[in-house]
Ligand binder design. Structure first.
Ligand code: NCD
Ligand code: ZN
Ligand code: ZN
Length: 369
């Protein structure tokens, strides 16, 4: 199915006339669902927009084994409201102690789709992350052999590296050497935020013998639409704080160019990362934007900005399944050009509330229910 933009006379800035956009049902290739009551609160927002999602394993304790991923998957499926169709695709959390056997088990299981590398200390719940990849050679060799992708939070955590340079340093210090040492490794550079990462993935991705790219990247809606000024607009803005942190405008432009390029190694991953309002609006606020309730709306806005609405379907619905070797979804979603206001806050676990990304703001696109 190709993107079907019906022209009904609403002028968009990019010069296309579009008031409705229908695309094949999309997936989210990078999502945090949490667990328990919090998960039950946020799951419907994703299931409303996406058919499948790659579910991140950074729970407390992290999801480190196939058995734990199986149990987590069962809890997600049990929390899904009746009548909603949604398939969680599971991941394992790589640690210094992950064995090759566990990777082989994961590759054989029908529901584990990747293994996630969190450099220790890089982000939310990464205390158990990898100290140095030198400790993971057996697991990496098993990933290379099985073709199960390594999903990477690509930031170095050395105190002497500037926080805005962490991703660019990661390319030279980790990504290049690991892909040289394990040339058959399939890698997703998650939530890329810089021109350097966009260029690296554009130029270094190769098609494997199966016709699939061996290197891909997910891009979040906030990194396509905002630069780091948003963090400080009128005061400190905790709901714009995520990791990797928003970067300069030149990087946002490079990401938008990559996402709308039509290249199959770039696909949708919201990195929707829910944290209760009081844990964001505090002296040491948590990193993560809860974008699930506004995800496709924001991607449509970004693609329209680039004059590339006809490429949204590839990014949202075609490139991800091709990389992971999964079938395309059946059915479609429709977005319409209609202003609406995002709720300022929503109910969350333990009687608390959560602020959705862009809560209280008016958006130009709306998913048709
Ligand atoms: C994520 C989270 O809260 O789990 N936070 C974030 O800012 N992106 C972790 C992550 O994806 O790095
Ligand atoms: Zn991350
Ligand atoms: Zn994430």
């Amino acid at each position: 199915m190709t993107a079907n933009i019906s022209s009904q006379g609403v002028f968009s800035g990019a010069g296309t006339c579009a008031s409705q956009l229908t695309i094949r049902h999309p997936d989210d290739w990078h999502l945090h669902l949490r667990d328990g009551e919090a998960m039950a609160c946020v799951l419907p927002a994703t299931a409303k927009q996406f058919r499948r999602a790659i579910v991140m394993p950074n729970l407390k304790p992290p999801v480190t084994t196939v058995e734990m991923a199986h149990a987590y998957r069962d809890r997600i499926v049990a929390a899904l409201p009746a009548g909603m169709q949604f398939e969680p695709l599971m991941t394992l959390y790589l640690t210094d102690a992950t064995t090759a056997e566990e990777i082989y088990k994961a590759a054989e299981s029908p529901f584990v789709q990747g293994v996630k590398l969190y450099p220790a200390g890089a982000t939310t719940n990464s205390q158990a992350g990898v100290s140095t990849l030198a400790r993971c050679t057996a697991a990496l060799a098993a990933l290379e052999k099985t073709g199960l992708p390594l999903l990477v939070h690509g930031e170095v955590t050395d105190a002497h590296v500037d926080v805005f340079d962490r991703e660019a340093f990661f390319i030279d210090e980790v990504m290049v050497p690991v892909r040289r040492d394990f040339p058959g490794l399939r890698v997703v550079f998650e939530h890329i935020t810089t021109r350097q990462a966009a260029q690296y993935v554009t130029h270094e991705s190769r098609l494997g013998s199966d016709g699939r790219p061996n290197l891909a990247a997910t891009i979040t809606p906030q990194h396509l639409l905002f630069n780091r000024n948003a963090l400080f607009k009128g005061g400190l803005q905790p709901h714009w704080y995520c990791l990797p942190v928003l970067k300069r405008e030149e990087h946002r432009k490079a990401l938008l160019q990559a996402a709308t390029s039509g290249l199959s190694q770039f696909f949708l991953g919201t990195d929707s990362a829910p944290h209760a309002r009081h844990l964001k609006e505090m002296a040491c606020g948590c990193a993560g934007c809860y974008s699930a309730p506004v995800a496709m709306e924001l991607y449509a806005q970004a693609f329209e900005l680039a004059g590339a609405l006809d490429r949204l379907e590839g990014f949202a619905s075609l490139h991800g399944p091709a990389f992971y070797g999964l079938p395309l979804n059946e059915g479609s979603i429709t977005l319409e050009k209609r202003e609406w206001t995002v709720p300022a806050e929503l109910p969350f676990a333990d009687g608390k509330t959560i602020v959705p990304f862009l809560g209280g703001e008016t958006l130009p696109w709306k998913l048709v229910d």
